[in-house]
Design a protein. Structure first.
Length: 213
């Protein structure tokens, strides 16, 4: 059973089950990932494995990263992630991790960066109601009051106001894997996943108790 895998979001489609029901799925190009480092409690204070994904050119990463990857005979990899596990004896440097570690109907958590939507207003960012749309209102999409008067004489931090929307890391939990295509390294996961097509995704079993960095 896999501890986790990195992949690229390809887009959404639908598949049909045995009863003919349409299931919306997100197609993920997952792996193969290379084990680039194995950490133990004796050397690092905790046990974990580091995996790399996304082969690139030598110009895209710096020399210290290249020297780190040479130890595992891995090609230049753009993305590195770490999975904490109790027992690392079943892993070795240079090992390839594929979708074969996952099975259909398995429940997973998916972490990614949401689509950035730029500077957004109150209605779009916080689902505020708009003002009257009649002529002369002058309060169609205005924020309204943002604080008291002389006391405290300022706006409290955390006030829901207009600002940057999206482009933040979130984890969508308890999603079901509908199909696993080992030949093409594809995972079909039920429902929507964070990010736009081409975004990096971190897929972990729902019962994973470590921290992926």
């Amino acid at each position: 059973m896999a501890v986790g895998i990195l992949g690229t979001k390809l887009g959404m489609t639908q598949v049909f089950d045995e009863e003919g029901r349409a299931i919306p799925v997100t197609v993920v190009q997952a792996g193969p990932c290379t084990v680039t480092q194995i950490k133990s409690k004796q050397t690092d204070g905790y046990s974990a494995i580091q995996v790399g994904y996304g082969e690139t050119t030598t110009k895209a990463i710096n020399k210290p990263e290249l020297g780190h990857l040479v130890k595992s005979s891995a090609p230049p990899l753009r993305h590195l992630r770490e999975y904490r596990i109790d027992d690392v004896s079943s892993f070795e440097l240079g090992q390839q991790m594929t979708v074969e570690g996952f099975t259909a109907n398995q429940i997973v958590d998916v972490t990614g960066i949401t689509i950035g939507r730029g500077f957004a207003g109150y209605q779009k960012r916080h689902n505020f109601k708009r003002g009257p749309m009649s002529h002369g209102s002058k309060n169609h999409r205005a924020p309204g009051s943002t604080g008291a008067g002389t006391t405290p004489g300022r706006v409290y931090p955390g006030k829901r106001m207009a600002g940057r929307l999206g482009g933040s890391q979130i984890t969508t939990r308890k999603l079901e894997i509908v199909r696993v295509d080992a030949e093409k390294n594809l995972l079909l996961i039920k429902g929507a996943l964070p990010g736009k097509p081409g975004a990096l995704l971190n897929i972990k079993p729902a019962n994973y108790v470590g921290r992926a960095k």
